[in-house]
Design a protein around this ligand. Structure first.
Ligand code: IYR
Length: 224
């Protein structure tokens, strides 16, 4: 196995004054702090171009050895969305009815979640993020991917950020086990569903639980 080092090219990013950097970082935090997971959607349409841009943004994530070990299945088809909803609800019923511990169910109570996943039908688009545990080279030989969970998690974070930036809403839904999705989408063996994200506008009368985020001092330790 031989590989050649990439040519290196100059890299420039805009440079801001200290004041501008402080302002930009604060404003972006304030903007992101408005993001909420939304369970009630409007069926208002979103152009495909928007969804493509969101997914392209997710694809800019760093990844182990730049293997980009992700696939995004983008569903607009109502019948397919409905099929995914029904299968997700079947698994979720089993989770809420016994597969999740009593403690877990209690922890979810403040969020008001339940096995009914209407948002999969209502939101105009559903994005399924899949992780590619391995790939194949041009000779059909298995190739290794690295830090797959970390890489795909970062891509999902960028996707969620891009969705919020576009004035849209989403929710990280993790029907478990999720393999039924790979089957319904006819994905190959090396691709495993990671997250399901409805993308849409919030319903007009949408509400979200009044949650508090941990303070800076509760999430960070500074070593000066
Ligand atoms: N996967 C289930 C249950 C669930 C679990 C956690 I942890 C949440 O933060 C929210 C829901 C569901 O999607 O309903």
């Amino acid at each position: 196995m031989s590989s050649v080092k990439h040519p290196f090219i100059p890299y420039n990013v805009p440079s801001y004054s200290t004041e501008e950097t402080i302002k930009k970082s604060r404003e972006f935090y304030e903007f992101m702090n408005k993001r909420r997971s939304v369970r009630e959607y409007s069926d208002k349409d979103i152009p495909q171009e928007v969804i493509e841009n969101l997914v392209k943004t997710a694809g800019t994530a760093p990844s182990g050895a730049n293997k980009q070990p992700w696939t995004f299945c983008i569903i607009r088809n109502s019948e397919l969305k409905h099929k995914v909803r029904k299968l997700a609800e079947e698994e979720e019923e089993k989770n809420y009815e016994g597969r999740m511990s009593e403690r877990w169910i209690k922890d979810l109570e403040p969020l008001g979640t339940d096995p009914i996943k209407e948002f999969i039908d209502v939101a105009p688009w559903v994005i399924i993020v899949l992780k590619r545990s391995y790939d194949f080279d041009e000779n059909g030989e298995k190739t290794q991917n690295y830090y797959v969970n970390e890489s795909v998690g970062i891509a999902a974070g960028l996707l969620i950020t891009a969705i919020h930036n576009a004035g849209l809403v989403t929710l990280t839904h993790t029907p478990s086990p999720m393999n039924f999705i790979a089957k319904a989408l006819k994905r190959p063996e090396n691709e495993k569903p990671y997250l399901l994200l409805p993308v849409g506008y919030p319903a007009e009368d949408c509400t979200v639980p009044d949650l508090q985020r941990k303070s800076f001092k509760d999430i960070a330790i500074i070593y000066e």
